[in-house]
Ligand binder design. Structure first.
Ligand code: WT7
Length: 645
């Protein structure tokens, strides 16, 4: 297997270098983890008050970091830099899908954030209140996030691709009293009707007092008297001066919903002090950020990648973050490369799914632009297949840019396993090693480390600063899902392999969670959505390997008697899921079947369905199967699907 060593040129300028810096960090973190994080916290961030202790582990698994300290994320992202020359550097370089551009310096961003903070204050919002942000990718989304953070209002960004149903579930679960949205957003030349979705959701959410609407598309919308106000109107005459609250280190910064193994999404709770520390360090260690860098994470702010590495991480370290509103192939398949060229992006971070899509579009599109500003590339969200890695490396990176394949999760808050670009020799497809201070490991069913060459479960042994603290309103599920599988260890939910050299290869989920285009989807959530449709008796959803999206959603459906299994019904069900949860969840295929394989106790055997869609054969144990003929029929159907391809 090819090893890619860091070039001499890159290694010499790297923030972390082989030998002294890197090895010292690793060994300091091992011998005294708390002292290690404490020392970095002192120099890296501003604290209004220092902590009494670094880590409180007395109530496992409810850990607390920097106990007793007072700090503020918005202050660390903005005010701190505005006390220096950085104030006049661009914080955000923004481009709309239709080509409109905006640049906000740190000083301008600080003023915008303070103004909006004052708006929120004037409406009576205070630390601990919850705000839903359902916005397009415009600078006002980070402005709203940072304003909430400034006052201690807990924000929950809902990805603009989610439907009104999904939005409603989140508003209710969080008992939010404020929604910030826009009259629309641009996506592939069309308006995404965000305000309309809010209106639909709010029919059932009496707790929401205010809807603040940012004017983006000038689409026709209805404003409800007494509830809805325009962002601009509220800001008129409001002073741009609002001091940051001195918040407890453990004050919740945000809740972000993610899919689990049941139908109900989990509200991942992140707090302030530890999160800002680890996110900040990843910017330095993994993205090797320098003062003059232009950095672009081409994710959506609605997912955790966008929270940590479009908004908070880059601003914490005072770099310039590029934000692009729209689709990667709009108006043409070279849109991303035109942005890299125009803004002279140095560090670029995207997902394997996007990379595979670019490979399909063809090399001529990156070829049209000067990509020589790039010096480092990143990948996140799913395992990257070595051939996509090689393409990214040679065609986008011109063979000179290291690739950091970063493994982490909504729950971990920040990157956990990744190459350190000036140090680690890369193997395409491997996230390589845990970062300094992170005790990730691959273990067997009993929690013992696997031997080199072995496969097992990915776990984290010791608490880490940016870890999620609980699930919103459901501490029992927090314990049960993550801390009960292997006593004392954080159970990640991924399978992994450790090779002969100790490199970690993440293989994918071991639970009923799919990864489609780097987005986490729950089989149970999709199934319960399908059975809510009036034509569906039963449904089972599995992931099928897919060349482009990693996995694709295949739904096995038993219709209620009297509903013919037609192509029209299949199309209707696919749309139903898109409408109920979001377009990105639309099943690739619906397969009708008059029965689903079940155990004698009536549990659907998804494992068999997975095998059918993957290999069109069933080899595993089927002794508990109730009716063998079901499997034969489904396998035959799979063969037909194949022939049809
Ligand atoms: C799951 C987390 C972290 C931001 C995006 C997804 C998979 C993530 C990698 C990677 C292999 C990866 C894992 C993980 N995953 N990054 N570099 N290599 N797999 O966040 O929705 O919380 O999903 O994504 O399965 O558990 P998420």
């Amino acid at each position: 297997m090819d090893l890619y060593q860091p070039s001499k040129e890159f290694a010499e300028r790297a923030n972390l270098r082989a030998g002294a810096d890197y090895e010292a960090l690793i060994s300091d973190a091992r011998s005294d983890p708390e002292g290690f994080w404490e020392q970095i916290a002192e120099s890296e961030l501003h604290w209004f008050r220092k902590w009494d202790s670094v880590l409180d582990d007395s109530e496992h698994p409810f850990y607390k970091w920097f106990v007793g300290a007072r700090t503020n994320m918005s202050f660390n992202c903005l005010d701190r830099h505005c006390q220096t020359e950085r104030r006049d550097r661009p914080a955000i370089l923004w481009e709309g899908e239709r080509g409109d551009r905006r640049e906000l310096t740190y000083q301008q961003l600080l003023e915008a954030v303070q103004r909006f903070s004052n708006v929120l204050k004037a409406r009576g919002y205070r630390a601990g209140d919850r705000a839903i942000l359902y916005m397009p990718m415009v600078p006002e989304l980070p402005v709203a996030m940072l304003a909430c953070a400034r006052l201690g209002i807990i924000h929950s960004v809902v990805f603009a691709g989610f439907s009104s149903e999904a939005l409603k579930t989140r508003i209710l679960d969080l008992d939010a009293s404020l929604v910030v949205t826009a009259d629309g957003g641009w996506r592939r030349g069309k308006v995404v009707p965000l305000k309309q979705a809010v209106d639909e959701a709010l029919d059932d959410c009496p707790g929401v007092r205010d809807v603040i609407v940012y004017r983006r598309t000038r689409s026709e919308i209805t404003m409800q008297q007494g509830r809805d106000s325009w962002w601009d109107d509220l800001e008129a005459g409001v002073p741009a001066d609002c001091p940051a609250e001195e918040l407890d280190s453990e004050h919740p910064l945000y809740v972000l919903y993610t899919s689990g193994t049941t139908g109900k999404p989990k509200g991942i709770v992140h707090t302030t002090g530890g999160y800002q520390l680890q996110v900040s360090m990843a910017m330095r260690w993994v993205f090797d950020i320098k003062d003059e860098d232009i950095y672009w994470c081409a994710a959506d702010i609605g997912w955790v990648t966008g929270h940590s590495y479009i908004v908070y991480g880059p601003l914490l370290v005072g770099t310039t973050t590029v934000i692009y509103e729209g689709a990667p192939d709009y108006p043409g398949p070279d849109r991303f490369w035109s942005l890299v060229d125009r803004y002279k992006v140095n560090v670029f971070y995207t997902s394997p799914t996007a990379i595979r899509a670019f490979i399909r579009f063809g090399d001529e599109y990156p070829g049209r632009h000067d990509l020589s500003s790039l010096r480092l590339l990143g990948s996140v969200g799913e395992p990257i297949n070595p051939s996509a890695w090689e393409w990214y490396h040679s065609v986008i990176g011109g063979g000179r840019c290291p690739i950091v394949d970063t493994w982490w999760q909504t729950e971990t808050g920040s990157i956990m396993i990744s190459p350190v670009p000036g140090v680690t020799a890369l193997k395409p497809g491997s996230g390589t090693f845990p970062l300094p201070g992170i005790s990730a490991d691959v273990v067997d069913g009993e929690g013992r480390p696997v031997k080199p060459g072995g496969e097992g479960y990915l776990v984290v042994r010791k608490p880490w600063p940016s870890m999620f603290r609980t699930l919103w309103g459901d501490p029992e599920r927090f314990i049960e899902t993550y801390w009960s599988q292997m006593p004392g260890l954080y159970f990640v939910g991924d399978a992994a392999r450790k090779d002969e050299d100790g490199y970690i290869w993440v293989l994918g989920r071991v639970d009923d969670v799919m990864n489609v285009s780097g987005h986490r989807l729950s089989t149970a959530e999709l199934e319960s959505t399908l059975v809510r449709h009036t034509a569906v008796a039963e449904a089972a959803v599995v992931g099928m390997p897919d060349e482009l999206t990693g996995q694709a959603v295949i739904a096995f459906v038993t219709p209620i008697r009297g509903n013919d299994p037609t192509d029209e019904l299949a199309a209707e069900l696919r749309d139903w899921v898109a409408q109920q949860i979001g377009k990105f969840c639309r099943p690739k295929q619906i397969r009708f079947s008059d029965a689903l394989p079940k155990t004698r106790s009536g549990k659907i055997m998804r494992r068999l369905l997975r095998e059918i869609v993957t290999t069109s054969r069933v080899t595993g144990d089927i002794t508990t199967l109730e009716d063998l003929s079901v499997i034969n029929r489904l396998a035959a159907q799979q063969d037909e699907e194949r022939d049809g391809d």
